[in-house]
Design a protein around this ligand. Structure first.
Ligand code: TRP
Length: 361
């Protein structure tokens, strides 16, 4: 944040990391005490960075017994672009990847913004609880603005408030996030607190909205094949839905360096180390070991090993997602069922909000 100096930001990140370790221990002893919400913007296809950075973790938390809500954030698609692009196709592919990765639609509520009217309505009272200065200094909004290369839309400025509605409509108390989403969870906590201060409660023992906590994801970041952040717009991603051949072709073009001796040294050899790391994650081995095995095999040997590792690890996932994509009717039914459940939850919360705000006529 603007007001936060670099050492202070570092300290608050450390606090979040410590708290995340404590939460993991609480999850192990009492998973039923948690309600989790997280999700993705369907602006493109999910890639292996999403898989290792968040999908795998969501499946683990779901399987640990935590009630989970997974939002396909379709209204977030439009804050920085003119049209919706390949929206529907992206949404179906996203749901297929969720299911193929092990998200169970019986246990986890998978839903879209656009279908849950009462969630979106929470945005109005929440907007009254924040100032424009607060929104303008949100570092994620600033980054998104810079990346978008266009003037700030009203929705981009206020999307953290909309995201607070995502989290609070189902009274989630746990949000698994990467570092870039920490400011949103902080903003959500502020909104929950201010709502309680201004409008009070229905049940005097509990505020209507809990203050959610972030759970920082544990795995390190996977870079794109050019050494930059993995992102669709850079064309440097290995999408979960790619074929083995497409994966091989992409990895062949990946950036390496001229030293034939392969080492794991993320500071001095970021591109080489990233490929080593991708292979290591797929093989569930430590990267140093993988590097040693390749030894003097050079970039060619590294790419060959990484390609085999990715293609083996994702073969089952890819087969499952292909089956799912072959039956769009079934995917649509999963979304419709999730939307129905999300609507019921959102209506209940909105009824409490109306009551607290004396708008229950
Ligand atoms: N903004 C998140 C992303 O880009 C997606 C998202 C939407 C989200 N609503 C959320 C994440 C609520 C956590 C909580 O990936």
């Amino acid at each position: 944040m603007e007001s936060e100096s670099a050492p202070e930001a570092e300290k608050s990140l450390q606090r979040s990391e410590e708290r995340s370790r404590e939460i993991e221990a609480e999850i192990a002893s009492d998973p039923a005490g948690f309600r989790l919400l997280t999700g993705d913007r369907p602006t493109g296809r999910l890639h292996i960075g999403h898989y290792f950075g968040s999908l795998q973790n969501r499946v683990r938390l779901q399987n640990a017994g935590i009630k989970t809500f997974l939002i396909v954030a379709d209204y977030q698609v439009i804050y920085d672009r003119d049209g919706v692009g390949e929206l529907k196709d992206n949404v179906y592919n996203m749901v297929a990847d969720y299911l193929a990765a092990g998200i169970d639609p019986e246990r986890t509520v998978i839903f879209t913004h656009s279908a849950v009217t009462a969630l979106n309505q929470l945005m109005l009272p929440f907007l009254a609880l924040v100032t424009d200065a607060e929104l303008r200094r949100n570092p994620t909004v600033k980054d998104e603005l810079a990346a978008s290369n266009r003037p700030m839309s009203g929705l981009m400025l206020t999307f953290p408030v909309h995201q607070a509605a995502d989290i609070l409509f189902c009274k989630a108390n746990l949000v698994p996030v990467g570092k870039d989403q920490l400011p949103h969870v902080e903003q959500t906590r502020v909104i929950a607190r201010r709502f309680d201060e201004r409008y009070g409660r229905v049940d005097p023992a509990h505020p209507i909205f809990p203050e959610p906590e972030s759970l920082l994801s544990r795995s390190g970041t996977i870079l794109g094949l050019d050494g930059n952040k993995m992102s669709k717009s850079r064309g440097n991603t290995i999408e979960l839905g790619m074929t083995a051949d497409e994966t091989a072709r992409l990895l062949k073009r990946a950036v390496t360096d001229s030293d034939r001796h392969i080492t794991y040294d993320p500071v001095n050899r970021p591109e080489v180390s990233n490929l080593v790391n991708i292979a290591a994650m797929c093989l569930e081995r430590v990267p140093e070991d993988v590097a040693e095995e390749i030894g003097d095999g050079g970039g060619g040997g590294l790419k060959k090993l990484a390609t085999a590792a990715v293609n083996d690890h994702f073969a089952a996932h890819r087969a499952r997602r292909a089956e799912l994509m072959a039956d769009p009717g079934a995917l649509r039914d999963v979304l419709r069922a999730g939307n129905e459940r999300a609507n019921a939850v959102a209506e209940t919360t909105l009824a409490e909000v109306r009551q607290a705000m004396s708008m229950d006529y």
